[in-house]
Design a protein around this ligand. Structure first.
Ligand code: GRF
Length: 201
């Protein structure tokens, strides 16, 4: 079974997933990493791991959907069963979401539905939260709002500053994202409305 990872940035989540595949914890292959940024470190990590690394330049396309169609052509070539968004900073078109419904995962650095958007860690810290966390969810038609697969809390201590909190949150991300992917690959996730049921083995 083939997985594709979409990433725009550092790719530390991608790396955690690569490591979990290499350890045999996820019984699937990452066949493809797609980025909308030519300088994404994620592309280097992919190449280093022997994974096809694809840069798709958004400027080459007149609409979001055209960009997504190009991405889909890569996914279809590899028969990809799961699309993993790992710091992918582009919204997907309804065309793409429909086509891969309940087969696109995202990770968000807060306990959704709190602190949606691009600065979930800082926003939780600024708000004075005592607890934040990480959410892995399926993508649906609304931003950061799809059915929740896994969540894990992270305590915010008085001594924390945004950078220390970020470190804690990332540590948890690197743990639960591979876990969620493993559950999907084992066929143990069932989406019933807003709820994701995790079947026991
Ligand atoms: C993570 O914090 C993730 O929650 C968010 O984007 C960040 C990606 O980090 N969606 P990395 O590129 O995997 O290091």
């Amino acid at each position: 079974m083939n997985i594709a990872v979409f990433a725009s940035g550092r790719g530390t989540n991608l790396q955690a997933i690569i490591n979990a595949v290499n350890r045999g914890e996820i019984k699937a292959a990452i066949s493809l990493v797609i980025s909308d940024r030519i300088d994404a470190k994620a592309l280097d990590r992919a190449k280093k791991a022997g994974i096809e690394a694809v840069y798709i330049n958004p400027r080459d396309f007149s609409s979001r959907e055209e960009f997504d169609k190009k991405a889909v052509s890569y996914l279809e070539k590899d028969d990809v069963v799961l699309v993993v968004l790992a710091g992918f900073m582009r919204l997907l078109s309804p065309y793409f979401v429909d086509r891969y419904r309940n087969r696109i995962m995202n990770i968000h650095p807060s306990l959704l539905p709190s602190f949606k958007g691009t600065s979930g860690i800082k926003d939780a810290w600024k708000y004075g939260m005592k607890i934040t966390g990480v959410t892995v969810h399926f993508i649906n038609d609304d931003l950061d709002a799809g059915p929740i697969i896994l969540q894990k809390p992270v305590m915010i201590e008085e001594t924390d500053i945004p950078s220390s909190l970020e470190e804690k949150v990332h540590r948890v991300e690197h743990q639960i994202y591979p876990e969620a992917i493993k559950l999907f690959i084992e066929g143990r996730l069932e989406v019933i409305g807003r709820r994701v049921k995790i079947r026991a083995i």
